[in-house]
Design a protein around this ligand. Structure first.
Ligand code: ATP
Length: 645
């Protein structure tokens, strides 16, 4: 897994001294209580050899949130660790302790309790397995886990936190527990030496949601091959068509470069053909003009080389001329040319690796794999009117996701601001005129290497150059007669992309509230939806609204027949109140909430929160600010003047 979560460091002498002192002071054995339910909790004994549990109700916090599983039976499966002292005390426990680190607003993870109970039963004879819960906010050591939506399980073995599982991943939790308990058994039975394990140190930055989202998951691992597009195809302008064909066949293109190959490079790449009679002529031909060299990628799971070999066998041809709607034509084939005539590739993985190092010595696989980027794309007014569908198809076909989009007619002031770096250019007046002439489609596009890839699809900046050098590029294909301004824009660097995305999609805050009935029954599911939709939870608290607060929220409805009932419904128990942050947060949260009436929501937007979790129109699960001004007003009302940014 590439997810960077922790670094390792040995346990510090100070920690050991602290633990030892706590033990001397009587923390540990005296402070924890053993329970007599042997089946559930193991045999009685000294602290180091017994299940460490606290009697129900001894926790420093009370209330529904902190109800432990198993309370109904009068015993707790999981010990509650309330503060740093108790955390340090827990570290004295011998054996394996599985700690559910939770947030106050969502409580301990209920989904795993049955699994833990089963594991406890399975290993009841060993007395080496213990379970605990710890609220991230009340323990300094757990500071890096604060304000996270996902449950986190830490594994403490013999006083050291040695591993971590994120999410209520039952199979993984079960596997880890089983492995660790079995190892403990062997160690206790003298069959195995205790292995030297480093303790985990939690790093807040590395645990941030962003770093997780920006990292390519393991299953996305890719393999690489080098492809060469020959000089005649380059000279006759077929490079883009060939690349498109390669992408259509399910491959990615991580890099591409036009260059004159040296004789040595050609002989090296085509080494296998060296015995063929016309090999020298072929080498001369390859040196007759620039080639286009590609790094072709394929997800590892699908095995690059065999698939690539299959491509050699597919009898297909490329279309002749470039035309505006040629994406469709690319799909049509004339049965004459094999793909191996279009683009040459090595035969084996070993060759591919060698060629990659040979042609692209500086190519950094790791950084390429991890560059999952967002870029800004503009489709300008003239072309948007005529060719919207076809451009959107090219975007989707090339593996882009549209993360955000809006149509906007720029005012002259906005256009001047956006293009201020171009204001001394000859084309500036024409650009202003074009950008203010009607709606522009603004897109935030995501995929691996989005910035470079989108620019590559766009082609050269001027229409003249695009038509000459890359007639299949989008700027050439979608040029508008008599207009010198190209019709599509893409950010040129990561910094530009961030700046431009911020210009069109500024980060916004909204006030979101989970109403009392839903907070009671569906909090976890709703929080998961918030997280899945990519919101940052900038502030959160759980509290019962006063009538005054509820009236303030819904002041626009005062006097309506349902108003009193609405206020009652809003004050009948604790709500979860949040500041959600994202580009376009107000609108996106309202979209995720769904229509006011859950019956309508079920019809028109069944995935929405209200469709899934609302009871009725009054108790309709969630509330959200209706516009930016309301959002700022309500945020200040609930959280005071806060600096969220
Ligand atoms: N006709 C109605 N009958 C009963 N309750 C209603 C009715 N219309 C609105 N409500 C309640 O008043 C709340 C505020 O109404 P509004 O029209 O502002 O809906 P909304 O903007 O979708 O929801 P919210 O403001 O809660 O985010 C709704 O969430 C709903 O609970």
């Amino acid at each position: 897994m590439l997810r960077p979560v922790v670094i390792f460091k040995p346990v510090t002498p100070q920690r050991m001294v602290l633990a030892f002192n706590l033990h001397l002071l009587g923390f540990g054995r005296g402070h924890w209580e053993a329970l007599s339910d042997r089946q559930l909790l193991g045999p009685l004994g000294g602290f180091s050899g017994q299940v460490a549990v606290r009697a129900a109700g001894s926790c420093c916090q009370t209330g529904g949130l902190r109800e432990m599983a198993g309370k109904k039976k009068g015993i707790q499966l999981q010990t509650t660790i309330c503060n740093q002292n108790e955390w340090d005390e827990m570290l004295l426990t011998k054996g394996v302790v599985v700690i559910d680190v939770y947030q106050a607003w969502c409580g301990p993870c209920k989904a795993v309790v049955n699994l833990f109970r089963k594991l406890k039963n399975d290993f009841s004879e060993d007395d080496v397995l213990h379970f605990a819960v710890a609220e991230a906010d009340s323990i300094e050591t757990l500071q890096p886990f604060r304000n996270k939506c996902e449950p986190v399980f830490l594994f403490c073995v013999n006083g050291k936190i040695i591993t971590i599982v994120r999410g209520a991943n039952a199979p993984l939790l079960s596997k880890k527990v089983t492995e660790l308990v079995q190892e403990e058994r062997e160690i206790l039975a003298g069959q195995k030496e205790r292995p030297k394990v480093d303790e985990l140190v939690f790093l807040e930055e590395k645990l941030s949601e962003e770093s997780i989202e920006e990292t390519v998951p393991e299953e996305e691992e890719v393999t690489y091959s080098v492809g060469i597009i020959k000089p005649d195809d380059v000279l006759e302008g077929r490079v883009e068509q060939i690349k498109q064909k390669i992408r259509n066949a399910g491959f990615g293109i991580a890099a591409s470069e036009e260059k004159m190959l040296t004789e040595e490079q050609i002989r090296e790449f085509y080494n296998k053909k060296r015995e063929e009679p016309d090999f020298d002529d072929f080498v001369q031909f390859m040196m007759s003009g620039p080639c286009h060299i590609l790094i072709i990628t394929k997800k590892k799971a699908t095995d690059t080389i065999p698939l690539w070999k299959e491509l050699h066998e597919i009898s297909e041809s490329m279309p002749g001329e470039a035309e505006a709607e040629e994406t469709d034509r690319l799909e049509r084939t004339e049965e004459s040319e094999t793909i191996s005539n279009i683009c040459d590739v090595p035969d084996s993985l070993e060759d591919a690796s060698r060629q990659l190092a040979f042609f692209f010595p500086n190519f950094d696989r790791k950084s390429t794999e991890q560059k999952f980027e967002k870029t800004l794309a503009l489709i300008r007014p003239c072309v948007l009117r005529e060719r919207r569908e076809s451009i959107m198809k090219s975007i989707k076909d090339d593996g882009f996701e549209v993360a955000m989009q809006k149509e906007i007619t720029l005012s002259e002031e906005q256009a001047r601001e956006f293009y201020k770096e171009h204001e001394n250019e000859d084309y500036f007046p024409a650009l202003l005129e074009q950008m203010t002439s009607g709606p522009t489609l603004v897109l935030a596009l995501t995929r691996q290497n989005a910035i470079a890839h989108w620019r590559e699809m766009l082609g050269p900046k001027t229409i003249e150059e695009a038509k000459k050098k890359n007639p299949n590029s989008l700027r050439a294909k979608y040029a508008v007669d008599n207009l010198a301004i190209n019709q599509l824009h893409g950010s040129s660097s990561l910094t530009d992309a961030q700046k431009e995305l911020e210009f069109f999609f500024p980060q916004e805050h909204t006030l979101a509230l989970i109403k009392p009935a839903a907070a009671k029954s569906h909090k976890d599911e709703i929080m998961q939806k918030v997280k899945d939709a990519g919101f940052t939870i900038s502030k959160i608290k759980e509290e019962a609204l006063t009538r005054e607060m509820a009236t303030q929220f819904y002041k626009d409805h005062e006097g309506k027949p349902f108003f009193e009932e609405l206020v009652t419904c809003m004050t009948e128990g604790p709500s979860v109140v949040m500041v959600l942050t994202k580009e376009n947060a107000v609108q996106e949260w309202r979209q995720l909430m769904g229509p006011t009436d859950p019956e309508v929501a079920k019809e028109s937007y069944p995935e929405s929160i209200r469709a899934q979790f609302a009871q009725n129109i009054l108790s309709n699960a969630v509330h959200g600010s209706s516009n930016r001004e309301h959002a700022l007003e309500s945020i200040e009302y609930v959280f005071g003047e806060i600096d969220i940014d």
